[in-house]
Design a protein around this ligand. Sequence first.
Ligand code: SAH
Length: 352
Amino acid sequence: MKTVLVGLDTDELGALVKEEGEPPYRGSQLSQWIYRHGVHTFDDMTNLPARLRTRLAQKYEVGRSKIVATQHSRDGATKLLLEMHDGARIETVGLPYADRFSCCLSTQAGCSIGCAFCASGLGGFVRNLMPGEIVDQALTVQETLQSGTILIDNRSHRVDHVAIMGMGEPLLNYVSTVKAIHLLNKELGIGMRNITVSTVGLPPGILRLAQEKLQITLAVSLHAPTDRLRRQLVPGMTRWSVAEIVDASREYVRHTSRRVTFEYCMLDGVNDGEVEARELARLLNGLNCHVNLIPYNPVSGLPFRAPSRARLRVFREILRGAGIQTTQRVRRGVDIDAACGQLRRQMKKVRK
Ligand code: SAH
């Protein structure tokens, strides 16, 4: 098998061309072609000598994924089902807004956690993604939306915000996730402050990430203020208590001076009551944080419902009343099953 280049940074590409007897600036040229122009083959790298292009193509490949299915939502959200070289399939979502172009990236094919309300865990865990496979998603979404009819107002039509919030648990694929963040920043030019990593809440991973001192946003999917409720909603992660997760988040804030986001998937009659709102407010008291309420996005076969607007409002106001900044996620892509893992699941059913 040929060595894949997407996933290597400029320095690594420079070392690779040096072995071919080429000057270091060829490494920068390769990086530009792969990450800025998003080309898929060496033939497209027109400022490289033809001889070098042929030589590189014998040993290496750019290594981009294949698009298996595309879904465009009426609101502009675009979801792609991508296939890796070994047939593993993952989802990625492009979210063009009026003033920015965001992309939601997966870090694993499948997921091992199995949150009660999430489609990704239903098919089990397949494998970790390589850094290049994470970054490829942003390049592929960008290319798809640039070539389509969807208007993106951001001036360069480039992905400029990334949420590492797709399939999988990023902190269980730690090294590749951190490498991907550096690539997104240095090679694609996406500001660290525009990158968010969402974790189910693994204290050792959160503490390790704190040491990297990245200016990214950490989002912790808490979903419950008590261990009893958390165990029910995140059964694959009972090793750590809610208090330990919040303590690790506090450490993260202390090390990075970055405000942490807590995500809370709102499930009607399960975790959305006034009691839970008050418990959550007490738990997060004094922590530099922000709560993002995510109304449940229906997954076929699961026994949950999104709360009414009235219930959401009461929950939100209790938190706000306690001085906790709270926002409610605007649902996008509902008509294309944009909740993670759903398209992959759908396509499996179709194939049978
Ligand atoms: N494993 C990471 C990232 C993937 S999930 C994490 O747990 O954060 C990304 C976010 O989507 C999480 O907050 C998750 O709870 C939420 N999510 C998953 N399925 C959902 C659904 N059906 N409706 C609403 N939010 C969902």
